[in-house]
Design a protein around this ligand. Structure first.
Ligand code: DMJ
Length: 488
């Protein structure tokens, strides 16, 4: 065990881990990298100036990606950086919601990129409408579009953003109100309110209470929060006798469609994040108790040490019998959640497991077989989850190790996912050089660069002592106004 009681790495543990990773950090060789360092700590978390040099590097790379989107796809959902073409993700190419702009709003704000922020806001005010006669994927729609508009509103306090957010939420509402169990359908036609998709993965059942809760706070209408909480309760009530969940629900019958509990892996992942988040953001004690019951059962039945590293196996949710030992990269975020949720030792250990994979693959593979630490899925869709864990663990513990490994992630991303004009996904992380694909997912504007920047930057626009970010990196608590953009 490498951690102290309070979760910070002990001197001995930290040294062991750094040696495992190939160096001692702080300007020395670290995993083959020479790190720029400050004398008094790499990122200087305790009220100091951070590391402006690295913050500027991260901001420059964000701008490299953003400039590509502006040049080739502004107003479309996403950019294809190699072919220089737009991509409209949400409606299969039929309509655009300017997804990348919405995803970028609060990142542009905390980075102080005000003229680009105003450009994006002006596009939204002139073009964005949700009167679209087509099916809308509500999981992505809520965390990305609704969450982006709300974070934008919290940054600049323009009522037009709040009105758009409310309009979208009202169009989404039938997924809850038309469901016989209260658990949401997977899709809704935004113009007609027709719902579809009764077999719903748990992440889609339960990743909405943070955005709907903020909307309830801002509008004074509790119905948004209440429908989301009911969905969480209904899923929780269907746990097995050993307090585990399967991954897919028939929301019309209330019956599970499968028998696998694979812990924080997709397609459940952010379900747990939002159950805990309802407590962290709104003080909901029911949600905290539900999270603790489910998380404790996962720790008991799923967590195992393999070659010294902590992982979550896949099990039968009724018996606990082992079904598999693969781990999705998307699960790496759970290192921060399990730590912030109270088990700092397990969070630090799980982070260490993924750091070990980062030593082998500077861009993490989509999944690993953790019995060998070899890639099982070789692509990486510009995934932010490891940096998400670094960010929260860094601010939770104040431990420089998390800043150092975040920088290692950043260098791996810059060395491999950068293109002459932007950034892109990786089709194969096992080849040298890594084989690049041709897409920049819009969440890259919301997540990777923001987590990295906010480890190293110190800005009056972000409260490092009191923040909460959604699963999509939207800053739902912690944005501070300096007055310059109010009403824009
Ligand atoms: C993001 O949309 C969110 O982080 C979500 O919770 C899971 N996956 C993507 C990024 O990988």
């Amino acid at each position: 065990m490498l951690t102290n009681f309070d979760g910070s790495l002990s001197r001995l543990g930290r040294r062991q881990l750094l040696q495992t990773l190939g160096g001692v950090g702080g300007g020395a060789l670290f995993g083959g990298l020479t790190l720029p360092a400050r004398a008094a700590g790499f990122a200087d978390s305790r009220g100091g100036p951070g590391n402006p040099q690295i913050a500027n590097e991260v901001r420059a790379e964000f701008l490299h990606a953003w400039s590509c989107y502006k040049k080739y796809a502004f107003g479309s959902d996403q950019v294809m950086p190699l072919s220089g073409k737009p991509n409209n993700y949400f409606f299969g190419g039929r309509h655009s919601v300017g997804l990348s702009i919405i995803e970028a709003l609060d990142t542009l704000y905390v980075m102080g990129l005000d003229s680009d922020l105003v450009l994006g806001l002006d596009w939204i005010y002139a073009n964005l409408s949700f009167d679209i006669d087509d099916d809308f994927n509500v999981f992505d729609g809520i965390i990305r579009v609704l969450g982006g508009l709300l974070a934008g509103y919290l940054a600049v306090r323009d009522q037009r953003l709040l009105a758009l957010a409310k309009d979208l939420a009202d169009r989404i509402m039938p997924i809850f109100t038309k469901s016989p169990t209260g658990m949401p359908y997977a899709a809704v036609n935004l113009a007609t309110g027709a719902v579809s998709g009764p077999h719903v993965v748990l992440a889609a059942v339960g990743t909405n209470i943070l955005e709907f809760g903020i909307l309830s706070q801002l509008t004074g209408d509790p119905s948004y929060y209440n429908v989301s909480k009911r969905a969480l309760r209904e899923a929780y009530n269907r746990r097995s006798s050993i307090d585990l969940l399967a991954t897919k629900m028939d929301i019309e019958t209330g019956q599970w469609v499968d028998r696998v509990d694979n812990g924080p892996n997709p397609p459940t992942d952010s379900f747990y994040e939002y159950m805990y988040g309802a407590y962290a953001l709104f003080g909901d004690q029911d949600c905290l108790a539900w999270y603790r019951t489910l998380n404790n059962a996962m720790t008991k039945y799923l967590v195992e040490r393999y070659n010294g590293f902590a992982w979550y196996k896949e099990v039968d949710f009724k018996t606990g019998a082992v079904l598999g030992r693969r781990q999705s990269e998307l699960a790496s975020f759970y290192a921060e959640l399990v730590a912030v949720g109270g088990d700092l030792a397990l969070g630090a250990a799980y982070y260490q497991s993924w750091t070990q994979v980062l030593q082998r693959y500077p861009v993490l593979p989509g999944s690993v077989d953790y019995t060998t630490l070899k890639a099982a899925g070789v692509s990486n869709e510009f995934r932010p989850e490891y940096a998400n864990a670094s960010f929260d663990l860094y601010w939770k513990t104040g431990n420089d190790l998390y800043a150092q490994t975040a920088y290692q992630y950043f260098v791996g991303m810059r060395d491999n996912a950068r293109t002459p004009e932007g950034y892109t996904v990786i089709d194969d992380v096992t080849t040298k050089p890594m084989k690049q694909g041709d897409m920049f997912p819009a969440y890259g504007f919301a997540e990777n660069f923001k987590y990295l920047y906010l480890i190293f930057a110190r800005t009056p626009r972000f409260d490092t002592q009191n923040f909460y970010l959604s699963t999509e990196g939207k800053i739902l608590r912690g944005l501070r106004s300096d007055g310059t953009l109010a009403g824009r």
